[in-house]
Design a protein around this ligand. Structure first.
Ligand code: TXA
Ligand code: MG
Length: 351
């Protein structure tokens, strides 16, 4: 199959492209599209067979449910059995936006896309191209991140193309994604809301709206089983082993020097993903092409936006191992560190 990438810069003037995407989706095909978090790989969310194509293209385990993307409120009513009060408040505060709300599913949502769960994750993306595409399709769009299963999520159309070329007919190119990490997933089916995956809508922001909000214990305890099935898989992984350096920023530069020396003594080529500050301090130890900055230390929005591209940039690099700098775990840092812990398979050095 030939995979086309089409830039969409003006939704109103490019209705023809969106209509084509809508047609492909209605006919049971797949289209990759931009959102404010990461690129999604979409299919008609009410068509189990179309969604089976998503699992096949990504190589995704079939017990891992898909999020349904909607363009407006009536579509929410169509796929949720009922909208709990917590979801109601969170939608008023954050939708459209980088949040997915888990609710009980309506009967017309196929079991094959919810991994057999009685619930469904619903998300209204804050991206013109995404919502225009969903409107053109006229159905809720099931979409995971548009990467090969296990790999870092794509934040550019090129990254989607890298993973899925030949497997899908069309990639809508909306440029780089604004947030760069996937949506916050909040389970709204119980007494208290529970964060199943941290994202750009932070715990602090959710608590302002709902009062108390819990965190799935699996996000802090590696041995607990996560409630979002997809969170149990090793994920976001670069092609070579990654070790995370986490802890006190004032000790970071020395910790990097030591970790680099230990690896270089064993003749390992070390790649680095770190802050501008760390890179300035260790630069001389590593060839330039193996140094990737994710932004200034503490600039969490920039780090979130750059982290997946940084991981992907080592795909074709001549490194044997990677060292990455952690951030603190407050606010957006919780989402960044969640992804880095997974990318490292929980291999970390405490600083
Ligand atoms: O930002 C995002 O959410 C992106 C963009 C494309 O919208 N999508 C995304 O989808 O990250 P995906 O499939 O890569 O991750 C979905 C996560 C998985 O961990 C899955 O297990 C969980 O959501 N999930 C989906 N439905 C669920 C449900 N009913 N209950 C619990 N977890 C669910
Ligand atoms: Mg994903």
């Amino acid at each position: 199959m030939n995979t086309r990438i089409v830039a969409v810069t003006d939704v109103r003037r490019q209705q023809d492209v969106l209509e084509e995407a809508g047609r492909i989706l209605k006919e049971g095909g797949l289209v990759a599209f931009p959102t404010e978090t990461v690129y999604g790989l979409g299919a008609n969310g009410l068509d189990g067979k179309a969604c089976a194509g998503i699992y096949e293209a990504k190589g995704r385990p079939s017990d891992n449910p898909l999020i349904l993307h909607v363009a407006n409120r009536p579509m929410v009513e169509h796929v949720a059995a009922e909208v709990p009060w917590m979801a109601e408040r969170l939608m008023a505060a954050f939708c459209p936006g980088p949040i997915t709300l888990v609710m009980r599913k309506a009967p017309q949502v196929p079991d094959s896309i919810t991994g057999g769960l009685g619930t469904v994750g619903i998300r209204m993306p804050d991206h013109d191209v995404a919502r225009a595409m969903i409107r053109a399709a006229g159905v809720p769009i099931a979409a995971p991140s548009a990467n090969t299963s296990g790999r870092p999520s794509p934040t550019t159309a090129e990254a989607v193309y890298h993973d899925l070329k030949g497997k899908i007919p069309l990639v809508l190119d909306g440029g780089a994604c604004h947030f760069g990490v996937e949506s916050t997933i909040v389970d709204c089916t119980g007494e208290t809301a529970v964060i199943l995956r941290p994202g750009a809508v932070t715990r602090e922001m959710l608590e302002e709206v709902l009062g108390k909000v819990d965190i799935d214990p699996a996000l802090v305890d590696e041995s607990a089983i996560p409630k979002a099935p997809g969170m149990k898989y090793r994920h976001y992984a670069p092609k070579v082993p990654l070790t995370l350096l986490e802890g006190n920023p004032s000790g970071m530069e020395d910790a990097f020097r030591k970790a680099i020396e230990q690896r270089q003594e064993k003749h390992k080529k070390v790649g680095i993903i770190a802050s501008e500050e760390t890179i300035a301090a260790i630069g001389g130890m590593i060839p330039k092409e193996l140094l990737v900055s994710y932004g200034h230390r503490g600039d969490l929005p920039a780090i979130a936006a750059n982290i997946y591209e940084a991981l992907r940039s080592f795909d074709d690099a001549d490194a044997d191992c990677l060292l990455a700098e952690g951030t603190d775990e407050e606010e957006l840092g919780l989402a960044i560190m969640n992804r880095l812990h997974k990318a490292s398979g929980f291999q970390s050095i405490r600083v």
